[in-house]
Ligand binder design. Sequence first.
Ligand code: HEM
Length: 408
Amino acid sequence: MAAPAFKNGLVRWIDHRLPVFSFLHHELHDYPSPKNLSYWWNFGSLAGIVLVIMIVTGVFLAMHYTPHTAYAFDSVERIMRDVNYGWLIRYIHMNGASFFFIIVYIHIFRGMYYGSYKAPRELLWILGVVILLLMMATAFMGYVLPWGQMSFWGATVITNLFSAIPLVGDAIVTWLWGGFSVDNPTLNRFYSLHYLLPFLIVAVVMLHMVALHRFGSGNPLGIDVKGPQDSIPFHPYYTAKDAFGAGVFFIAFAGVVFFSPNLFGEPDNYIPANPLVTPPHIVPEWYFLPYYAILRAIPDKLLGVIAMFGSIFVLFLLPWLDTARVRSAKFRPTYRKFFWVLVVDCIVLGYVGANPPEGWFILVGRIATAYYFFHFLILLPVLGLIERPLPLPQSISAPVLKPAEGKA
Ligand code: HEM
């Protein structure tokens, strides 16, 4: 990479010895980005911003939190009441988790709509699914730390799922707990891992970026950049666009943190954990509800667990399950409709997951679960072969420079 001539002498001095500025210049300025990226391409950088916020607030919470069953709940109450701005740090961290999932779910569905997972970006997508799994593990363990009723019972229900594994299931659960129930050793290891995993996420996000920069961003048309007329430097164009998106995000985030900080929360978690009192209705955090619905849709415990994990593992195969040669749903009129059916299906699953498994919810949960797997395992492979896509524009600039040709 040719080192640019930096004006600042100190920057030049450092860059000669440690070429970090050349690297940034290369990745941010030289890096050609498609000129037609929409606001749906803001969510990757937003996820990165929230990841940093989560780590910074988490480190400050850890300074005052006590990972012991006898003190954990009280230490969180102390953070809320006595630690300077402790309430703010905790509310940012707590709601940050929800916003992180909102952003990443939008990021994933954007990928599905525009076929971002298609060649040559399969590994970029797979790294994304690894990040999603790590995020889920981190969020699950984080929720246990305040040691409220839902922390304890949520941990009990979910760790118990492993007991469905034949022969070794019970031994695995005892090993996970570090004892014969969710107790102090469980809380300690969850705390340790909850602190560790975000840094693993950072490492995988870096690989995600390396894979992204290998071929550059996709774009709403789903066609490749054909030359300089199709691209613009990332900086200042997309740094400005990302900054605007971040501003909108911060307004929404501040709205929840300051005016409705318990919006996504569960009141039962303000009751200290009590192993002798089971709450009438154990529900996970909202971002786990669709998987919870899939788990409960199947009467057999082991098959339910397999279906639940399968609903995420199927995403690893997505680049090969979708047989269409055209990336963007813009040019796939039939796929476009089914994409929205899938979005509704996931929302229905979330709704079912939030309700007790009785009456209509059982039937709706089963239909929605069956549809979820139908979409990925049957519809996508078949539709890709039979659907006739609309004609693609010659290049990204073509529809702008010659509108008639682009519309053809
Ligand atoms: C901590 C979580 C994540 C961070 C920080 C992150 C970051 C980013 C960034 C900065 C971009 C480029 C901007 C953009 O296209 O929006 C990107 C692109 C992408 N990400 Fe992620 N990502 C995360 C999670 C995921 C997940 C969970 C998936 C999928 C399961 C995923 C799949 C993709 C794909 C396919 C692209 C390329 C899109 C394109 O170029 O058209 N990412 N990511």
